[in-house]
Ligand binder design. Structure first.
Ligand code: AMP
Ligand code: MG
Length: 425
């Protein structure tokens, strides 16, 4: 295991006091381990979980050539190029009830969608193209070519080929695909365990009185919501007082039971409380100033207790900064720890409806309302005051305008990146 200093040495342009977002992301990607541990789950229970081993198809899917239409199966080579061809109906093949006999030259088979194609037949004429006269089936010229409306054995998946790769988060389509292979149970990685708590003497929990100068703890609720949607196992440790013994006990418990610990508050440079001191005492922790807004201060590292360790994400206290740093750093890190293949967040390109002031040299995440304009193009408007304590700006917005490190002022009508909240945790 590399020390934090060794990891820092691998990140080109690393500067703990003015760390660009991309470098912070690279550092974290190098820091976080993938947790081990696999469990077998019944197929439906595996929805949303991380596939631990690839799934190989045990047979061809579909298992046999079959019809893609309701109609008549025949030999394409027997169709006349420019005259109606007359076939004799040999019988009927239904889905699940294949035709048992043989189809001789000049004959065709009445067939339904999904029914097995008998040997020798290679083409299906949809029923609406033919004229039926007793046992005779008349096929006009030019309505089908050889091979039309036939599904080949193994065209979906050949026996022995990879159906699903390890590391994917199992989707509804995957459930169906796995079911089509007749596989009843799926190996998935164990859920990541994430502990989280808030620090700050001014914080009160819901249900408590709110003396002057105090605020209700909202970060534990946003964090709970984001973590819940990420599908990890949660341990909500409440508000921890600014008291060395209480903080040490909380960090130790978290290190002992969780894979990752997320705290909010107490990591700014001027911070007078004990949070940073206790973090540093319990492990290897770096205190960063990230070139971003909101979310400048952040602690990152490993903390240990009784031989157990956990990755620490010490997020800033400001409510918007908590969410932005979670999306910028924590989401991908927890996914990597869960064993998920990296999947960058989808960005929209939208025209800014007004100028935006922006200093080069930091990444800014402004709250915006994105909508499709009358011309069909995406447009985005910033949601008023952008203070990092104004959580309402996150609720009102439906996306984050991401202004990258190098970007300067944005003119009205200029295109910017927008990270839509829809689909985000
Ligand atoms: P800090 O990072 O501890 O300096 O906190 C920055 C600001 O965020 C302060 O105004 C805190 O009161 C506020 N804050 C810190 N933690 C929370 C929390 N859990 N819920 C709501 N506000 C918080
Ligand atoms: Mg504080």
């Amino acid at each position: 295991m590399l020390s934090l200093q060794e990891i820092a040495a691998q990140v080109a342009g690393y500067d703990a006091n003015a760390l660009p977002v991309a470098q912070a992301q690279e550092f974290i990607a190098r820091l976080v381990p993938r947790v081990e541990g696999v469990e077998m789950l019944a197929l439906r229970a595996s929805l949303g979980r991380v596939l631990a081993q690839g799934i190989v198809s045990p047979f061809d899917v579909p298992a046999h050539d079959n019809s893609a239409m309701d109609g008549y199966a025949l030999r394409g080579s027997e169709l006349a190029a420019d005259a109606t061809t007359r076939f004799t109906r040999a019988g009927t093949g239904l889905a699940g009830q294949p035709f048992a006999g043989a189809v001789a030259p000049g004959e065709c088979l009445r067939i339904t969608t999904g029914a097995l194609m008998p040997a020798g037949l290679d083409t299906v004429v949809p029923q609406e193209f033919v004229t039926v006269d007793g046992d005779a089936v008349l096929v006009p010229a030019g309505v089908v070519r050889t091979g039309d409306n036939r599904r080949l054995a193994g065209e979906d998946l050949a026996a022995g080929s990879a159906a699903l790769a390890a590391g994917r988060v199992i989707s509804p389509a995957d459930l169906g695909l796995i079911a089509s292979l007749g596989v009843p149970e799926v190996p998935v990685r164990r859920r990541l365990r994430v502990a989280f708590f808030s620090t700050g003497d001014e914080l009160r929990s819901i249900g408590e009185a709110l003396p002057a100068g105090c605020v209700y703890d909202s970060n534990r609720y946003t964090l709970w919501g984001m973590l819940q949607r990420l599908g990890v196992e949660l341990l909500d440790m409440g508000v921890v007082r600014d008291d060395p013994a209480a903080l040490e006990a909380a960090f130790r418990q978290a290190a002992e039971v969780a894979d990752a610990v997320i705290t909010s508050g107490g990591v700014s440079v001027g911070e007078a409380d004990y949070t940073k001191r206790i973090m540093a005492e319990l492990g290897e922790v770096l205190f960063w100033r990230i070139a971003m807004r909101p979310g400048r201060p952040m602690a990152i590292g490993r903390i240990e207790s009784n031989g157990h360790s956990a990755i620490l994400f010490g997020l800033p206290g400001n409510p918007v900064a908590v969410m932005v740093t979670f999306y910028a750093f924590v989401r991908d890190a927890l996914r990597a720890m869960s064993g998920t293949a990296a999947l960058p967040l989808p960005m929209l390109r939208a025209a800014s409806s007004a100028p935006i002031r922006k200093k080069p040299g930091r990444t800014e995440y402004q709250r915006g309302i994105v909508r499709r304009g009358e011309d069909g193009q995406w447009q985005v408007a910033i949601t008023g005051a952008q203070g990092s304590g104004i959580l309402r700006s996150m609720s009102v917005a439906n996306g984050l305008v991401v202004l990258d490190h190098e970007q300067g002022n944005v003119a009205a009508g200029e295109t910017v990146d927008v990270l839509p909240f829809d689909g985000l945790v």
